[in-house]
Each structure stands twice: as C-alpha cells, then as structure tokens.
Design a binder for this molecule. Sequence first.
Ligand SMILES: C[S@@+](CC[C@H](N)C(=O)[O-])C[C@H]1O[C@@H](n2cnc3c(N)ncnc32)[C@H](O)[C@@H]1O
Length: 212
Amino acid sequence: MSSAPTAKHASWAYAEQHSGQDPVFEAARLRAAELGVNTIGEGTASALIALAAASRAHSIVEVGTGVGASSAALLRGAPEAVLTTIDVDPDHSAAARDLLRQEGISPSRTRLITGRAEQVLPRLKTQGYDMVFVDTDPASAAEFAYEAVRLLRTGGMLLINDALHGDRVPRPAVRDAGTHALRTLERALLEDERVTTALFGTGTGLLLAVRT
Ligand SMILES: C[S@@+](CC[C@H](N)C(=O)[O-])C[C@H]1O[C@@H](n2cnc3c(N)ncnc32)[C@H](O)[C@@H]1O
C-alpha cells in the first residue's frame, strides 16, 4: 500500500536533513542568495559526498560551478580527485574560488574554467573522467549529458541535478520546454545501452547514469 503524500513529503524533508547543517554549505547558500543563483541543498551535498567517495574518483568534471557548493561536496568525498569545473559567469567562478578556500581545498585540485560548457566540453578527453556532474539549466542538460557519457570511463558516474525540475517532471500537465527536455533526457539515458540509470528524489531530483 502506498503512503499518503504528506507522509511522503515528511520522509523527503527528513532525508534532506540527514547530514545536518554544515557551515560551508550554509555559507554557499547565503552567497548564492546574494548573487541570485541556485545552489544545491544539504541532501544533494551529502549524496554527492557519498557518491564521490564510493567512486574513489581521481578526475571529475562539473558543468555549472555556481558558488561552488557542489564542487566542495565532490572534492570532500573524493580527496584524491582533481576537479575541472566550468561556469560562464566570472562572478560565480570567483565566489566558488572563495568557498573552496574556506573548505580548505588546495587550488592545485581545481581547474576553474570560465566559459560556455558547449565550447569547453568537446575539448575534454574521451573516457578521461570518473565523474561528471551537470547542474545548469534544463534545456542544455541534454546536450551536456551526451558529451558527459563520452567523457566517462567504464564505471564512471554521470549525475544530472534538478532532474525533476522542482516537482514539474512528474506532473503530465506541465509541458514547458525545460520540463519536456528533462523528460526526454531521462528516457534517452534509460534506453542508452552504454549506461545504467537511477532517478533519485534527492533535492530537486538527481539522475544517475553509470557508464557500463
Ligand atoms: C544552479 S547554478 C550551479 C550551482 C552549483 N552547482 C552549486 O552547487 O553551487 C547553475 C550555473 O550554471 C551556469 N551556466 C548556465 N549555463 C551555462 C553554460 N552554458 N555553460 C557554463 N555554465 C553555465 C550559471 O552561470 C550558474 O552559475
């Protein structure tokens, strides 16, 4: 028997707070509010830390640095990793640099690229990476995801943030372009024989595709 929607929501809210408040992610949230950009919540941060730790990643690519919360989470989980992170907005890259300093990450572990991911991703090495995290806008997520699958080694993980676009993707009546793009991407990855997928309700949706 399925649980009532309110109980489901309470479970989701409880899971989001599983790891408790963290000063680095709290600082990220405040900086993101100042800059008017979204950032990951505590639930997504703890998922990224755990998945990066499980993957024992050495090389990670991130699309959508923002204020650097997800960068900090990925590098905290994978202490041996070097992160290549791309953002088109120099103010966001600067905020991320500050946050990573606060997290105690050596600058030698991050390659912060200010530029459009459409131009940067094609230059990165095929099967050269253990993880790719995509956190930009829904319309471009599909394009970046296809590039990301090319970048991954066998066993590597692609993670698409905001894969449920808030709560829009599960509601059939919602048909805006971004929601449609994310539904199409979910189906495309499900049918892609190079990966195996799982869709988590963490944060605003986290779609995982593991390169087989
Ligand atoms: C939701 S924010 C990322 C939040 C970040 N992952 C965090 O946890 O703080 C999305 C970011 O994607 C960047 N962005 C949007 N389109 C882009 C593109 N085509 N290439 C590179 N960055 C892009 C924006 O400037 C913004 O900083």
